[in-house]
Design a protein around this ligand. Structure first.
Ligand code: GLA
Length: 406
């Protein structure tokens, strides 16, 4: 599929400067000149005029955790009137308003109105997942001769999404980010050595930027003082109708000729299987619901789509991973990433027991997640691209959601 040109050129330049143009399968430690990040320390007050919106950031308190930690909400707005509300608890995107083909703004992510509901019961709505997104088999891995044991918080069997208290359940430090063509928030979290069983003090930062190109860009960075697995991702649940109905009519394209099949516990078998001739084939646009209940064994294991696709990558830069089109509103979401994989999850565990924002009931498959990532269980699968970050290295990866309508 398409290699996105402007990103590709920019990243190629960066790659040439630091000499990593050769294409390693895993573009984890790309160095970005710090100078590129023109972040100012304090929020600049910018005049607000709803008729001709300008870039803007507003912040407000958003409650506190049970331990009394205050949580803040950032409201970002770009020059075209798109808005993103992001809170410091879980680095969660609470709301994301984008236009449909008539210019009508709607909130296209699932979530709650109040912090307490996120704390009480959230299937990772809108959160940053870490230290390791998705599963690690039996909560065990061996690194440099030492065996580590993690929580088996997924049916008492496997480790899922960083454990009992992952990055989705902690309060991040925050800093506004102002750029000429974007506004954002830089969130930082120190995950201490031994937290959730993982080795090493991991300093993680996640910068969300809402750009005037109608993109929500997520830049991830991390460093460690001991070797550790790292696999950060964003667990947004999207519904491009604005939450009006389930996502089965959304038309999905995935730039992936292979996926990683799983066992009953959704742990990859280690194989890469061609999608051709199976309901996993989204190389050409297809409705998410068209084949979801057709009895294919992998879909039975996942209760629908809940699998990692192996992205067709050319080189180590950003590539277009996925495109989702919603025909009734015309909304289009494109996903670009440096990651080698994407977990496409069709909201199979949503069952109508959650009432979300504005009293909307989230029934079966009311949202989809498209988690750009390294492959699940990589610490136990030597043939998969490595997720190990070592002292002196820098984890750097970017994912972009680009919105339009037609
Ligand atoms: C990921 C997992 C799913 C599920 C959801 C959240 O997509 O692969 O199995 O855990 O997160 O419910």
């Amino acid at each position: 599929m398409v290699e996105v040109k402007s990103q590709f050129i920019r990243l190629s330049l960066v790659a040439a400067v630091v000499g990593i143009a050769g294409c390693e399968m895993r573009p984890m430690h790309r160095m970005t000149p710090r100078a590129e990040r023109r972040e100012s320390a304090a929020a600049k007050p910018v005049a607000t005029d709803s008729k001709s919106p300008t870039l803007n950031i507003e912040t407000k308190p958003f409650g506190e955790t049970a331990e009394g930690q205050p949580v803040r909400l950032y409201s970002l707005r770009n020059a075209n009137g798109l808005t993103a509300d992001i809170m410091t608890y879980g680095a969660i995107v609470v709301s994301l308003q984008t236009p449909d083909r008539k210019g009508q703004m709607d909130d296209i992510v699932l979530g709650y109105d109040r912090l307490d509901d996120y704390i009480k019961n959230s299937p990772y709505f809108g959160a940053i997942v870490g230290r390791y997104g998705n599963r690690i088999a039996k909560g065990k891995f061996t690194l440099d001769g030492t065996e580590y044991t993690l929580a088996t918080n997924n049916n008492n069997l496997n480790h899922l999404h960083g454990g009992v208290k992952g990055f989705d359940k902690v309060v991040w430090d925050d800093e506004p980010v102002w750029k000429a063509d974007a506004v954002g928030v830089k969130l930082s979290y120190l995950s201490k050595d031994g937290e959730e069983g993982y080795p090493g003090n991991l300093k993680a930062t996640v910068t969300y930027l809402l750009t005037n190109k109608n993109e929500l860009r997520i830049d991830y960075e991390a460093t460690t003082d001991k070797a550790t697995p790292v696999n950060l991702t964003h667990h947004g649940y999207f519904n491009l109708t604005g939450g009006e109905r389930d996502i089965l009519n959304h038309v999905l394209t995935l730039n992936a000729a292979q996926f990683t099949p799983v066992d009953e516990g959704l742990i990859p078998t280690g194989e890469l299987t061609p999608v051709r001739g199976t309901p996993m084939d989204f190389t050409k646009p297809a409705e998410i619901g068209a084949r979801i209940n057709n009895g294919y064994q992998q879909l039975k294991f996942g209760g629908g789509y809940d699998h990692n696709w192996v992205l067709d990558k050319r080189g180590s830069g950003m590539t277009l991973a996925a495109r989702v089109y919603e025909p009734t509103t015309g909304r289009i979401m494109e996903i670009l990433t440096m990651e080698p994989g994407i977990q496409f999850y069709s909201g199979n565990f949503l069952d109508g027991t959650i009432t979300g924002k504005e009293g909307k009931v989230y029934k079966h498959r009311w949202g989809f997640c498209a988690e750009t990532q390294h492959f699940p269980d990589s610490p136990n699968k030597p043939s998969f691209p490595s997720t190990i970050l070592r002292p002196g290295e820098k984890y750097e990866t970017t994912t972009i959601y680009r919105f339009s309508a037609k």
